[in-house]
Structure formats: structure tokens, C-alpha cells
Design a protein around this ligand. Sequence first.
Ligand code: FBP
Length: 266
Amino acid sequence: MDIDLSKITKQGKALFLAYDQGMEHGPTDFNEENVDPERVLAIADSGYFTGVILQKGIAEKYYASAGPSATSSGPSGSAQVHYKVPLIVKLNGKTNLVKDEDPYSPQVCSVQEALSYGAKAVGYTIYVGSEHEARMTEEFGKIEQEAEEAGIPVIAWMYPRGRNVPDGNDPKVIAYAARVGLELGADIVKIPYTGDPASFKWVVQSAGRTKVVVMGGSKEPEEAFLERTRIVMEAGAIGLAVGRNVWQAERPLAVAEKIARIIWEH
Ligand code: FBP
């Protein structure tokens, strides 16, 4: 069955704002402003994004619950914020305090729970090549089935990592990871950029009918990031899932606008 991606895409393209770094990296990624989920949700809700990626805690306490920008009364009498940007709940996650050579990211939220916060899609990281890969592909298999039954898309973060992967940025390994996403039934794979247009095109081809979005990475100069966006769109990606390069920018909305223009005018 073809899953409908229209709730998290616009004209078939996607721009997701990732805000799960508090779990993956800790608040070292944040400053006084972007440490506040409401501020980042306001960026996500600006109209430039087709989805916001959150862990369950922020999904429940900020996206689905009361806040100062509340607009009406919810079922329990509590005020409800009505964000327009579609919610994507990340179902697994880990901290970087555990220095595992072979990473494993456990499932911390179910598809049903994600749906209860209003999720329009769910996400899951598989560290392809990790000694724990089998546990993650197994968990992913169940999630994929549950999401398909619920009629929502699954996005797989396909990150080649672990002692079996000497270089996680090797284009061949990234293409392999993208292909595994297709094989496992991911509707979209979120993968690193390979570093050059030709090898990235092969990654997109390897993903077949599974759509490709590119991860952001740590903050880089704006023009370099925009250039990378142009290249990946040219190579056939449907868009980006970006966090730090937007909400760590001095003017997040200005950057978001430039990225969106490249994606939709491509
Ligand atoms: P960024 O654009 O900030 O890199 O976000 C993308 C993302 O995949 C997040 O969803 C996740 O928190 C983070 O990167 C994981 O980073 P890493 O595992 O490379 O430290």
C-alpha cells in the first residue's frame, strides 16, 4: 500500500524542523532562547516547515498541551495550543553520555502514543552497521507495521555507525543505508549528505520509491548550507530535516525562508 505523504509534504517536497537534540546532545546545543520549546515551535509554525520533529515529552507538554499562546479551551478545560505545523514524533532516542562504540537507540514511545499527541508521522533511528542493528531493525519492523495500520508515514533516520563502519560518511555506506531503508519499508529516509552530487544521486537512486531527506548537522556558514541544499535537491532529494542550522542561526526565519525557496523553487 502506498502511504499518503501529503500531510507532511507540500507539492511532494518536505522541510522538517528537527528539535530532538536536547535528548541526543543535551542543552549544550541551546542558548537562552532556543532552550525554550515554545520559541522553537514558533519557528516551526512559521509556514516554512512541513513538519516538526519532537520527542514525546515536548510533543505532550508543548505541542499538544496548554501554553501562553493558547487559542481555545481543550476537553479538560485547559487551554490548547493549535499548532498548524504537522507533528512528527521520534519514537526512539538516546543520550550521548553513553559512549558506546556500537550505538543502540531504544524505543521510548509507541505509535499509539504518538497518535494521541496528534502525530502525522513517526520517526525512528537505525544505526546501520552497529552490533545492535538487529534490535533496531526488529523494533522498526513492528513500528512500520503499526504505522501502516494507522495510515501514517514512517521516517527512518538511517545513520551508518559502529565499529563495523570505519567511515560513516563513506558514500557507499550511505547508499547502503538508504537502500536498507527501502528494504525495510521506510516511507522516507533521513540520511547524511555524501559530500558530492554524483554519489548523492546514487544514494537517491538506491532508495528507489522511498523518499530521501537530508539531515542538517552542526551549524555551518549559511551560504555553504544553502549550497548543499541546492545540490541535494538537484540530486533528487525531496527536502531536508534540519535543526541547528536553523534555530542556532541569528535570524532563524530568514534562513528558513531561504531554504524553503530553494526547496520549492527547485
Ligand atoms: P540537526 O540538523 O541539528 O543535525 O538535526 C538532525 C538530527 O538528526 C536530529 O534529529 C538529531 O537530534 C541529531 O541530528 C542527531 O545528531 P548526531 O547523532 O549526529 O549527534
